[in-house]
Design a binder for this molecule. Sequence first.
Ligand code: SF4
Ligand code: SF4
Length: 377
Amino acid sequence: MELNVMQPDQLDDLIQGISLADYQVIGPMESNGAIAYEPIESADDLPRGIIDHQRPGKYALQKIQSSRFFGYTVSPFSWKKYLYPPVQTLFKAERNGQGIQLETDSHDVKYAFIGVRACELSAIKIQDKIFLGGDYVDLHYKERRENALIVAVECFNTCETCFCDSVGSGPEIPNGADIVLTEILESGEHYFLVRSETEAGQEILNQISLKDTENNHYLIKDAQLERVRAKLKRKVQTTGLKSKLLKNPDHPRWDEVAERCLACSNCTMVCPTCFCADVFDINDLDGNTKRERRWDSCFTSDFTYIHGGNIRHSVKSRYRQWLTHKFASWQDQFDSLGCVGCGRCITWCPPGIDITEELKALSIPPNQYKKGEINHV
Ligand code: SF4
Ligand code: SF4
């Protein structure tokens, strides 16, 4: 697709154009010391000049002297909170004097997501397979997803916890976005390289007067991506990982990680691909009822409660289930990994458990592994 140049003050024209096309614009903003994805009204709401520092169990924002709009890496929140809300009323049945009135979930808001990173777009594509692939389509997700417009933004920086490259989800933006932006701020110049990838994206861009690119713009864009790639220090060696995990349910490392894991479920809540949920019926004394779907986690003891009891009593069995699903059985289920390397589960794990270290340790044959061999940061 054709690449054009957009000036920084035209970013607001883009946001207003999207809004006029009847989308609710959701974008990054600073909120309570973190980057949140919330409804925005203009480019002034974006976290200009703010970068994030992420390490295992640590997160902080910093205001720097920069006019960059997208200088942070990823928010603690993911776009799944809009496509697959944490709490969702599936239907309500209420008595109205003449009978029962049934109201099903219907969603008439069209979302436009501004600032979707490569790993996040990969995560959306994974959730598309979960909710839209196969014989059973989730109509609640479908309605939200089909109407969504995605404006992806290439990363110019990494955080210490991300590793998109080694799981094949970045740093290039995969297909699936409507508009792709690359923010360039170098040699005293600030501009965006912009391209549309769909008709919906092109219609929005048609309203902005963009300039043509010059040859060096392609080189500048490629060089920026190369710098990002070079900064990605965390890696996962995925070759042979599935069989190593499935063959070693008694690897001594599972006991070690279980000593650190609090089973708090933070990792699953922040993960953009995790999709476990529970369903509750809420009844009142007037005979009304409401069915709600709420995110759940394989780390909670109730999640695996089935007739007669809980099948995963220990933290070890729950951690093993999570990691083995992400990197092994997910491949059988959805033909991909269940991880896009966004690093959120590392940043937001209170004791700072790092899945890349755990996978490295678990890849050592159990009979050659020495306790504490792969140390945590
Ligand atoms: S498992 Fe961790 S790094 Fe992978 S997608 Fe989920 S939160 Fe991101
Ligand atoms: S791995 Fe970390 S975030 Fe996940 S449940 Fe254990 S302590 Fe909580």
